[in-house]
Ligand binder design. Sequence first.
Ligand SMILES: *Cc1c(COP(=O)(O)O)cnc(C)c1O
Length: 467
Amino acid sequence: MRNLVLKYISTRGQAPKLSFEGAMLSGLARDGGLYVPERFPKFTKAEMRALRGKPYAEVAFAVCSKYTVGSIPAKDLKAMIAAAYATFDHAAVVPLKQLGANDFLLELFHGPTIAFKDVAMQLLSRMMDWSLAKHKRRAVIVGATSGDTGGAAVAAFEKSANASLFILHPHGRVSDVQRRQMTTVTSPSVHNIALEGTFDDCQAIVKALFNDHAFRDGVGLAGVNSINWGRIMAQIVYYFYAGLALGAPDRAVSFCVPSANFGNMFAGLVAKRMGLPVDQFIIATNSNDILDRAIKTGRYEVTGVHPTSSPSMDIQVSSNFERLVYLANNRDPATVRAAMGSLAQSQEYTLKSAAIKAIRAEFTSGAASEAETAATIARVLRETGELVDTHTAVGLHVASQQKLKSPLITLATAHAAKFPDAVKAASGILPRLPTRLEHLLSAPESFKVLPNSAQAVKEFILSHEKR
Ligand SMILES: *Cc1c(COP(=O)(O)O)cnc(C)c1O
């Protein structure tokens, strides 16, 4: 079975090859790149047909075990998958709802913090704790959040025995519910930092901590942002689950994904590389539209971030796009290094013409303005009775602009009650939190406001980590 064991390599080609556990625990590669498997394992059509109608946990095991083989024994992986998805409050874990003749919504928000980040984070936290315990190690986990990753990480790691979690969120730029999901948890493992800056500032500090190798090795730094391969892996599963439900591998489907850091969409591409027939991938952005512009113009160009009603997509530096750039350039790390060098220096890079051509063969894109997002919430409610959140509405607006022959699955990335004010303004209806979350609104909060400085964050971590 040795030849089945996958190694993970950096998109920039200058970091050591790692095992699944190594890639999971390190997050960002030491050369600043992102880990990708050296090849994509494949499903045969017969294997896919055999998974049709199977419970989510079984599909998850079939997909994930191809990546974890050699690192995590099958029985341990099965147990972690079962525990992770038992925290979801829907029997299907990620139910697929039909909205129209050929339109479907994949509800990814039935986990503990009612956004899609739970799907990956609940499994990742268990795999990390398992690995740390096995190696008798401790870790400091740092993450930046535009709102939803943080809550999902806090819910996933609050009981961790071996990890201390430090989450940076942009002070005053996340919704009340998002903030309260992070700050009302009282656990000695969880530390919330409200950074005086934007999400991109938070992400830049996290990257700076990883690139400081002395600090990184000293505290055993690990990351849970969507650059972590373990998260991508867990997200591949629902593309298969939904595709199989609509007739894959004997019929192709299309996916529309409300996108920011491109982790969710990239997982879809990996599902396709593993054998899932996909007709079209549609990238949907809000008015922070770097991805839409990159697809349309071939130039990836950072401009300012402005706050929108879909704050989890208010970013300009889309980290996982680097993985797409790597694949679209036939896995040439020198091209990736040149592009990322240009990005660091002048805030932009231009894709090679062969690369943008390859990307356009699989992806289209669109952006939704604030008015279009609000109008979509009202229209979908009127036409289908579903009250969708602002991020999902961005996806549904962009999806509605497409003409496709295949069934189109839009990913519903959050529950409407996570963004109650914007949803009420658009629809007249105040979405209610699921009862299991109502306590959030009154519980006391705890967080530390820090200046936009990597040094300040380092000092805070050193004085609060678990030893
Ligand atoms: C994180 C998030 C997104 C963006 O997902 P990426 O993987 O970063 O592209 C979209 N919607 C919601 C609700 C999110 O929390």
